[in-house]
Design a binder for this molecule. Structure first.
Ligand code: GLU
Length: 279
């Protein structure tokens, strides 16, 4: 299969140096393999996505010399595909409806047990309050994956080529339940949560290599479990190092000072940006 990768920003703020690194690296890797580089707009969260941020993604990437093949995929055009996949998992009893607020979860998790992790890639590990209540969807605020059952049913592993975790990683069901827990797959006001959408998007666009920041490495196990449960192929993964600010903190959308548009306005060239991110 042709090497195919993608860059998948959310149009919720300006792209910064961290995004530039991710996009340029994926674009360079695709070119080196005579492969394909795709662009996806991760606009699941319609309450935060804005057309002007989407336009700025196109402008910044074009300025950087990052060109993508074919049409841009927008997550908001695929809500029904996400719901179909969710219903498949529901029908197999791998999910449950949940009505816990963040405050409920914090309160239920108030007495942490020694040696048991409190936080996973999605924040506080869900304490299981609604898992066996069989709530009707109308009473729920979100749908969660029953991780214990799900991970037991998933026979999964993945290959990582990034600098920090390179090798083959096998999914351990016990570990999935204790270090990740029952992740949210959809919310009442959102057709799908990131984990479910990203898995379906990558398959729909024949992505063979997922290239993205190390901050998403821990979430990869969730994606691989979902791929296995839904009978979908698992791509290879390459999680790259993160661009940090002077204090060593990962850049965030609010770091407008490091926005590509700002450097552009200040007269930097695309080559300057490449040099700044070490490419
Ligand atoms: N949309 C995600 C982000 O901006 C990236 C998703 C991915 O690369 O899997 O962090």
């Amino acid at each position: 299969m042709t090497f195919t990768t993608r860059f998948a920003p959310s149009p919720t703020g300006p792209l910064h140096l961290g995004h530039a690194y991710s996009a340029l690296l994926a674009h360079d890797m695709a070119q080196a393999q005579s492969g394909r580089f795709l662009l996806r707009i991760d606009d699941l969260d319609q309450s935060r996505a804005r057309p002007h941020w989407e336009q700025q993604i196109y402008d910044d990437l074009t300025w950087l010399g990052v060109t993508w093949e074919g049409e841009v995929r927008r997550q908001s055009d695929h809500f029904s595909d996400y719901s179909d996949a969710l219903n498949t998992l529901r029908a197999r009893d791998l999910t449950f409806e949940c009505r816990c607020s963040r405050r409920d979860i914090d309160a239920a998790a108030n007495a942490p047990q020694e040696g048991v992790p409190e936080f996973g890639p999605d924040g506080r590990i869900y304490p299981g309050t609604c898992r066996n209540l069989a709530l009707p969807p109308a009473d729920a605020t979100c749908t969660r994956l029953n991780m214990q059952t799900a991970a037991q049913n998933a026979k999964a592993s993945f290959t990582e080529t990034g600098p920090s975790h390179s090798g083959t990683h096998t999914i351990d069901p016990k570990d999935m339940a204790s270090t990740i827990g029952d992740v949210v797959l959809s919310r009442r006001n959102m057709a799908a949560a990131y984990h479910l959408a990203v898995v379906l998007d990558d398959v729909a666009t024949n992505v063979t290599h997922v290239i993205r920041g190390e901050d998403l490495f821990d979430a990869t196990r969730i994606h691989v479990v979902l791929q296995s449960l839904l009978g979908l192929p698992t791509p290879s993964y390459h999680h790259h190092g993160l661009i940090r600010d002077d204090a060593g903190k990962r850049l965030a959308k609010r770091d407008d000072a490091r926005a590509i548009a700002k450097y552009r306005a200040d007269g930097a060239s695309p080559q300057d940006i490449r040099a700044m991110v070490g490419l």
